[in-house]
Design a binder for this molecule. Sequence first.
Ligand code: RB5
Length: 146
Amino acid sequence: MIALGSDHAGFQLKQEIKKYLDEKHIEYKDYGTYDENSCDYPDYASKTCEAVLSGECKLGILCCGTGIGMSIAANKIKGIRAACCSDYFSAKYTRAHNDANILCLGGRVVGAGLACELVDVFINTPFSNEEKHVRRISKIASLESK
Ligand code: RB5
């Protein structure tokens, strides 16, 4: 199960991602926003990240205008490792090396075609589980209390 969230500026891209996930028969839950009325992206980052932290969803995807506001907000939440990506290599290795659990995309940055490729590689790449990456992620976790 994939958790989806966006603000107004990421709404259309989220709709495209939903279409793509439907085609691939991948289940998702949409935590809003549900229209293009102006709203505050931290509210939707919070709802979507909670769904991942609770275990209800395995991974999350957040869309705003740049993807950056969503990633800043999401990374404030303990246990969230959010990566804002607009290239294939980053979307792949943020899963393999950082065990990222949230992908952030910019609806004003990437087109729907690229975004769906990024979603695909993100959700299909496992964490490498290599000792050095496990160690580094646990060091990131220890920064959460600073
Ligand atoms: C909304 O206009 C825009 O600021 C927001 O979607 C996002 O890009 C912030 O990082």
